[in-house]
Design a protein. Structure first.
Length: 341
């Protein structure tokens, strides 16, 4: 019973948020490119449509769910990428919903024949709402009998929905095999509170560094040919307030089949290691431009056996919008992000 109470409080703290709030995360961060870095808009130099779904902690009666959909397009005439994304995050216990719609712009500066430097920005309108009928207060918890009483003497205030503007920026350098990006989210640190007079409760800045490297397999591979078989190395580090997270992993593309394994956590900290999860991935890449991936998070933390990890599905479709012969577009398709991003 005490473990259940602990998880209830953990859900409340995570969902309500405070001055130490933390963004929702995707294990397949490379499959949510605009959520990762605004400079990713147009990075494929194709048109890309994608969607993401994540169910976190399905073993609990109250879990977390995330939905996302996006589209981005690259303009060769403007050397620019444009994007649109919609995200929705929901915590079921208190029905806390955070939804946003974002616009993206990135500019591509060609440094050399195959090297590019991209700068991107994001402007989002975010709306947050809650139905806090399931809050548990201190006078409801009986530690000795390990029960929760149905009533409380505390008065539950009204939590009206509110909206705010959220600004983010990013930069990205890449060639056909390698990319390295840096992104800063919530640079305007918008107010994050259901109480209008609480101006000190803000969403802290999130800074992320991420990179990847494609290794083609096969002795007959030639520069500029499609990646039929490859190994991909991926890494992402982010920090938001006191929270730190590192994702490192590898994936194998063999024909149409994708398999991957990654780790999330901080192996060494000042006090003790923080091992979060091992993530297994299985996916498929179709010749028509579809990439579908499924991953499962196996929790390494003590509450992992009760939360049942997390399930995640990603979908991407890439295509060339326009005449392939116009300005030799086919030869300019960026292979670095065709599969990986």
């Amino acid at each position: 019973m005490m473990k259940k109470l602990t998880i209830v409080w953990l859900l409340m703290i995570t969902a309500l948020g405070s001055t130490k709030a933390q963004d929702f995360q995707y294990s397949q961060f490379y499959a949510a490119p605009l959520y990762l870095n605004p400079a990713m808009a147009g990075a494929t130099e194709l048109t890309r449509v994608g969607a993401n779904y994540r169910k976190q902690w399905p073993g609990l009666s109250n879990d977390f769910t995330a939905y996302a959909a996006y589209i981005d397009h690259y303009s060769y005439d403007l050397n620019s990428g444009f994007g649109l994304a919609v995200n929705s995050f929901r915590e079921s216990n208190m029905n806390i919903n955070t939804s946003d719609i974002s616009l993206f712009y990135s500019y591509n500066l060609q440094l050399a024949d195959t090297w590019h430097l991209r700068f991107g920005g994001q402007a989002a309108i975010v709306r947050r709402s809650a139905v806090l009928d399931n809050l548990v207060f201190g006078d409801q918890i009986d530690v000795f009998s390990q029960t929760i009483a149905p009533n409380t003497l505390d008065q539950i205030p009204a939590f009206d929905p509110y909206s705010y503007l959220d600004i983010s920026f990013g930069t990205l350098v890449n060639n056909d095999f390698f990319f390295l990006g840096i992104a800063g989210h919530h640079v305007n640190q918008p107010r994050l509170s259901f109480f209008p007079d609480n101006s000190q409760n803000t969403l802290p800045l999130k800074v992320g560094i991420h990179g990847g490297y494609n290794i083609p397999l096969g002795s007959n591979y030639q520069w500029g040919s499609p990646f039929d078989n490859q190994v991909t190395l991926l890494a992402s580090y982010k920090q938001q307030g006191p929270f730190k997270q590192l994702d490192i992993g590898t994936q194998l593309l063999y024909g149409k089949v994708i398999g991957g394994l990654s780790y999330r956590g901080i192996p060494s900290t000042q006090y003790s290691p923080n091992h979060d999860a091992i993530i297994a991935l299985l996916g498929i890449k179709l010749d028509a431009g579809f990439v579908i991936g499924y991953s499962y998070d196996y929790q390494l933390s003590p509450i992992g056996s009760q939360t049942k990890g997390a399930h995640e599905v990603s979908f991407r479709y890439l295509f060339l919008w326009g005449n392939p012969k116009d300005r030799n577009r086919k030869s300019r398709i960026n292979d670095c992000f065709y599969y990986m991003m």
